[in-house]
Design a protein around this ligand. Structure first.
Ligand SMILES: [Zn+2]
Length: 655
């Protein structure tokens, strides 16, 4: 606290806003910061409720991403207290985090970054930290230390690798006391990243970009390497991928998403003759181990990978201060010239993050190994410390327990609208990834995010369906759940007036296409790590048909019978097949206003009365059907197959 004239809160807001701006510039560039990495801070006064002014550090809080951080993402901490903590000879991680947490000047602020003490120590108002690709390139080399000195001269302090947290803050303090001066604009942390600092966020950012630019200039002076031309995209059967996902999920102890990447850069990297050697050396920065594990799996021998991982754990487990439990030994990155790259994760977004990280990793490894004299990442023992560091694992825990269908993959036909779209939404809500198929153009954009793969396809075309399925399996690795929701009603005519083509069209979409799709899906469903599940969208018309809907009623009856036979035939494979019979679901593409009006008139009812024409007098919406289908496909119905469940508000003709 000081007695100086209180700063006004407007100028404090300006300082924090400038820090937010610089943070977002860093976070918005994937070559600087990836997925929650990096941290930033600003030193500014904190006005407390009594009017006292406290010298404070506003440092990035856990759970915030630099790309989207806002002012509340910074935790205010009293500088005096931070300096007192730095005087301690030793401070365990748990004690440090408790002290940082307790020191927050605002109790609702997020948990401060583990690098808060380092930020607090540096005398500059603005401090920025990234894991820039080009800095990682320079600091993972056989002669990295001399190259860092050659490129940056004495404007930066060179810091050999030290475990992040208290140890790193103490190391920086020790070095700053002897090497620090006003001409120093940054610190290069070997195998880790870059810090820059200045009196304003703008200058600290300019220093950051400036130093990275100098690495770029240096690289331009080094001859480019001859990169192998990328091979053609290798063909791999959908069942082979599903089998690999099955094995990987077994080792992980839970269903996993497995996403394939066959970009030219990836194929060029996996085609390297020295792939196992270079990729097996480690990650570009220890921060990545929780996403990619220490090494990728080369080839497809998952049990050998798991054995190696157990060996690495056993060899290093005694390094931890308190006993640690082994994480699952399944790989998160798979490199194989006959596949490309696969990245694994509990949810599609985790597989996507591992993919982003490893794409940057491959570029850094290639530059280091091919142009700069040799790729030498951090040794396994240091990486183990970070992988099993409770503060790193806490980052994963921040997102909470995974949702109930995390790691599972659904195929939903007819998913651009109506019941299909509602079923897809219900599966996505439960954390599943969904391959959505529909003949409509807008299926691709029906949902946002990495868990959605919308594919425009006419499912009556068997070859097109096979291709769409392969695309979806490339994206997620397999199929666990199938919802057959695509369907058409056809013309509403008495049998005497029925056109043969119309009858044929209804049968083709509602039955033939489903039989063919099931035939194609069976070998994939057999490989589901959690047991396949199929839900057919039938109709009340199966047990209570109405005049004028011969083709529709007959097609849904055939579909129901198909499901019953599949339930019998596939039970031995652990696949459950059930049918729901919705009725009077009016928010679907099948029901036009005209059709609705004519049906209501036929029964002598208003449209609203017709909508609630059931025992419970309730409206059956697509969302109601979607929820019921998702539940039927969940473990709640683990003992149910061959069932037919009405979703119709109750009907005297079918009860
Ligand atoms: Zn870092």
């Amino acid at each position: 606290m000081n007695d100086a004239e209180p700063n006004n809160s407007g100028s404090i807001d300006i300082l924090i806003d400038e820090c937010v701006k610089a943070s977002r510039l860093l976070g918005g560039d994937q070559s600087l910061v990836l997925h929650g990495g990096g941290n930033t801070s600003v030193k500014a006064p904190f006005l407390d409720i009594t009017g006292a002014v406290i010298d404070a550090l506003y440092v990035k809080g856990s759970g915030w991403d630099l790309a989207s951080i806002e002012a509340p993402g910074f935790a205010p901490l009293p500088l005096q207290r931070m300096h007192a903590l730095l005087e301690l000879e030793q401070l365990s991680d748990a004690d440090m985090m408790r002290e940082l947490s307790a020191a927050r000047l605002d109790p609702v602020a997020p948990q401060p970054s583990v690098e808060a003490l380092l930020h607090a120590y540096l005398p500059h108002q603005s401090v920025l930290h990234s894991h820039a690709d080009l800095i990682l390139t320079l600091t993972n080399l056989r002669d990295g230390d001399s190259l860092v000195r050659e490129v940056f001269g004495d404007r930066v302090i060179y810091v050999p690798y030290v475990m992040p947290g208290f140890e790193l803050a103490r190391e920086v303090k020790r070095r700053w006391e002897t090497e620090g001066n006003s001409s120093i604009i940054g610190m290069v942390l070997m195998n880790h990243g870059l810090f820059t600092f200045a009196e304003t966020a703008e200058v600290a950012y300019a220093n950051h970009i400036g130093l990275i630019g100098e690495v770029e200039t240096y690289l331009a002076s080094v001859p480019a390497s001859e990169r192998e031309a990328a091979a053609a995209v290798p063909h791999i059967c959908a069942t082979e991928l599903a089998k690999l996902r099955h094995q990987l999920s077994e080792v992980a102890g839970r269903p996993m998403i497995l996403s394939r990447d066959t970009s030219p850069e990836t194929l060029s990297f996996v085609g390297r003759n020295d792939l196992a050697d270079v990729a097996g050396r480690g990650p570009v920065t220890p921060d990545h181990v929780i996403r990619t594990k220490r090494t990728p799996m080369i080839g497809q021998d998952i049990s050998a990978y798991a054995t190696d991982y157990r060996g690495y754990f056993d060899e290093n487990k005694d390094r931890a201060a308190s006993p640690v439990t082994m994480l699952d030994p399944a790989p998160r990155v798979v490199l194989d010239p006959s596949i490309g790259m696969l990245t694994a994760g509990i949810q599609a977004k985790d597989a996507a993050i591992a993919n982003d990280i490893y794409r940057h990793t491959m570029a850094v490894i290639s530059t280091c190994e091919d142009r700069l004299g040799g790729w030498v990442p951090l040794s396994a023992d240091h990486l183990f410390d970070v992988e099993y560091w409770d503060l790193e694992q806490a980052k994963l825990r921040l997102s909470g327990p995974p949702p109930s269908m995390a790691g599972q993959i659904g195929v939903v036909t007819g998913s651009a609208s109506g019941i299909g779209k509602a079923c897809a939404a219900a599966l996505l809500d439960r954390g599943a990834a969904v391959i959505g198929m529909d003949i409509a153009d807008d299926v691709e954009l029906a949902f946002d995010g990495p868990a959605w793969c919308g594919i425009k396809v006419d499912i009556t075309d068997a070859d097109a369906h096979r291709e769409a399925l392969a695309t979806g399996i490339d994206r997620f690795g397999g199929v666990d759940i199938v919802v057959m929701a695509a369907g058409i009603f056809g013309a509403s005519t008495p049998i005497g007036d029925l056109e043969a083509d119309d009858w044929r069209r209804v049968m083709s979409v509602n039955v033939d296409a489903v039989a063919e799709a099931l035939r194609q899906l069976h070998p994939i469903l057999v490989l589901s790590p959690v047991g396949g599940r199929v839900a057919m969208i039938g109709s009340k018309n199966v047990s209570a048909p109405g005049a004028g809907a011969a083709a529709y009623s007959a097609s849904k009856a055939a579909l129901t019978q198909l499901a019953r036979v599949a339930a019998i035939e596939w039970a031995a494979d652990g696949i459950r097949v059930n049918t729901v019979h919705p009725d009077a679901v009016f928010d679907t593409g099948l029901w036009t206003d005209d059709l609705l009006a004519s049906r209501a008139e036929k029964y002598g009812l208003t449209v609203d009365g017709y909508k609630r024409r059931n025992l419970l007098q309730t409206e059956v919406t697509t969302a109601v059907v979607g929820e019921a289908v998702a539940l039927l496909c969940s473990d709640s119905f683990a003992a149910t197959t061959g069932a037919q469940i009405p979703i119709d508000g109750g009907n005297e003709r079918t009860i």
